[in-house]
Design a protein around this ligand. Structure first.
Ligand code: KG4
Ligand code: ZN
Length: 335
């Protein structure tokens, strides 16, 4: 089955072709970051308009690259939520129109299911069951995965998502949006011994997270370092390092706890924050001690992309699932 996947839930237009026998045939991505950077965050209306401009050209691009014509395509998957409603509607409308024109089934996919299954795109991919850590700009969740569609939420953030905390801390340090990669780069020059930021909620039982206290702690530290209105580059690097270490430390503790609780030895990490190399290294080290393994997507498939939607959609379309007349996009959609 050859599936065209469209991702337009936020500020990335992602398009991919996934074949259930041959794997990923082609993928293309357009990031809107340059459009939103001057506003310090994603502007929903601008996001929708740009998806309108970019999606069709990207579809043509991947079809040309893969040497695929409309007659070869067996179904279309698009992100139906959660996300920005206007942005989601662009993908949904385009997917349904093409599906109608080509006479193929169409299916709306959950964005986080896409992230969760992204490691399955890799040659060396995990086997079910596993625990997934989903860490993006909108979500921080630990999920037990027993198979496609068999998900049990083990814990989640009670306030900010990990990526959101990275973005807000970056703003406090005068770094551009999205802040995660900028904090990571700055943290490399930071002294890990200078500050010790709290690891929120690690002393309490359970698998929930909280990052808003860490945000306040970061802000207070920035203010303490201010001299004549300025924070030095070294102070900023030391703060970035302490912040990143605290987030990574918290995530590692909770992942180990989740694996122990579920009696599993496989962890899958996905979502934008899983691109963080410090997090990858620390998790790998911590889990190796327990003979557990960690899997993650290639860095390009950690952040939003069309390949993960094509893959998730292919699994569900193969099982016979399709949209009905009253399927709607869902800006909020618990998994
Ligand atoms: O999954 P994603 O692309 O979009 C959402 O669905 O939210 O995740 C974006 C988030 C942003 O908050 C961004 O700052 C964060 O992932 N991020 C990172 C890194 N790369 C992206 N956070 C920490 N370190 C990184 N290297
Ligand atoms: Zn995402």
């Amino acid at each position: 089955m050859l599936i065209l996947g469209l991702e337009t839930s936020c500020d990335e237009t992602g398009v991919a072709l996934y074949d259930t026998d041959r794997g990923l045939l082609a993928h293309a991505l357009f990031s809107q970051i340059d459009i939103h950077v001057e506003y310090g965050g994603v502007v929903p209306e601008l996001a929708s308009r740009d998806h309108v401009r970019k999606t069709l050209p990207l579809i043509e691009e991947v079809m040309t690259e893969a040497g695929v014509s409309p007659a070869d395509i067996d179904g279309i998957a698009y992100t139906a939520g959660p996300g920005l409603v206007g942005a989601l509607m662009v993908g949904a409308t385009l997917a349904r129109s093409l599906a109608w024109g080509w006479g193929v089934p169409v299916l709306g996919v959950h964005h986080m299911e896409g992230h969760l299954l992204a490691p399955m795109l890799e040659e060396e991919h995990p086997e079910f069951p596993f625990v997934a850590l989903l860490v993006s700009g909108g979500h921080t969740q630990l999920v037990r995965v027993d198979g496609i569609g068999q998900y049990k939420l083990l814990g989640e953030s009670l306030d900010d998502a990990a990526g959101e905390a990275f973005d807000k801390a970056a703003k406090m340090l005068g770094l551009p949006y999205p802040g995660g990669p900028h904090i990571a780069r700055l943290a490399e020059k930071g002294n890990p011994e200078r500050f010790h930021f709290p690891r929120p909620m690690v002393n309490r039982p359970g698998l929930d997270f909280s990052f808003s206290g860490l945000k306040t702690y970061t802000l207070n530290t920035v203010e303490d370092c201010r001299v004549d209105g300025e924070v030095s580059q070294q102070d900023k690097a030391d703060i970035a390092r302490a912040f990143e270490d605290a987030v990574v430390g918290t995530l590692v503790i909770k992942c180990r706890r989740a694996l122990q609780q579920e009696g599993l030895k496989t962890l899958v990490m996905a979502g934008g924050v899983s691109a963080n190399s410090n997090l990858r290294a620390e998790l790998k080290m911590a889990l190796a001690k327990e003979q557990a393994q960690v899997f993650y997507p290639a860095p390009v498939f950690c952040t939003d992309n069309g390949a993960m939607i094509a893959y998730a959609g292919a699994q569900r379309l193969k099982a016979g699932q399709v949209d009905t007349e009253d399927t709607r996009v869902r800006p909020r959609w618990p998994m």
